[in-house]
Design a protein. Structure first.
Length: 194
């Protein structure tokens, strides 16, 4: 995650040491792809690795390691935004919603009695809660700091992509709808083997 998002942010800053041809672009802006060759792959990879990076940040024993992993998480978030990958953005939103729901459920189901064997673990989890929220706040500050140059570099492309998330009239949505229609027709014509 650190290497992929770091390289992607170098690309965004125009500091990529390699010249690339046939890259994905949007409105004249080249979409960053990091070390994975395509922005959608980079976004998908970073979204799936982000929970592990966040877990490592929250479970680290030293402040330096926590800060390092929090910085990697913030760089990953900034790179996810900069990929202009709507699928990655939606997956990120669903991941955050799932984390909040699971965290809420875990806190609600912790044993409260002092005599329970799990009570010690429950107290430790409640004590770690403020640390987790402090790390989230630190990560959001770092993400905010990294997002300013991302928004500045992508400006109109970012706004255009945000508008296209729910629009079926966008060119990419139209092409996807046509692909889905063709797939449905193929399945209807050849249900057993496609």
């Amino acid at each position: 995650s650190a290497v992929s998002s770091g390289y992607a942010l170098l690309q965004l800053a125009g500091l990529d040491p390699l010249g690339w041809h046939r890259t994905a672009s949007l409105g004249g802006a080249v979409r960053i792809f990091g070390t994975l060759g395509h922005p959608n792959l980079l976004g998908a990879y970073l979204v799936t690795s982000l929970p592990l990076v966040a877990w490592r940040a929250s479970s680290a024993s030293s402040w330096a390691v926590r800060a390092l992993f929090t910085l990697v998480a913030a760089a990953s978030l900034a790179a996810i935004v900069a990929t202009l990958s709507r699928g990655a953005w939606i997956a990120l939103g669903l991941s955050v919603a799932a984390w909040v729901a699971l965290r809420w459920r875990a806190l609600a189901s912790e044993p409260r009695s002092a005599g329970s064997k799990d009570a010690g673990r429950a107290r430790a989890a409640r004590a770690a809660g403020p640390r987790t929220w402090r790390l989230c706040a630190l990560g959001m500050l770092a993400f905010g700091a990294l997002s300013i140059p991302v928004a500045g570099a992508l400006g109109p492309s970012l706004v255009q992509r945000l508008r296209e998330i729910g629009s079926l009239a966008s060119p990419t949505a139209q092409s996807r709808l046509e692909i889905w229609r063709a797939g449905i027709r193929t399945a209807e014509d050849h249900p057993a083997f496609g």
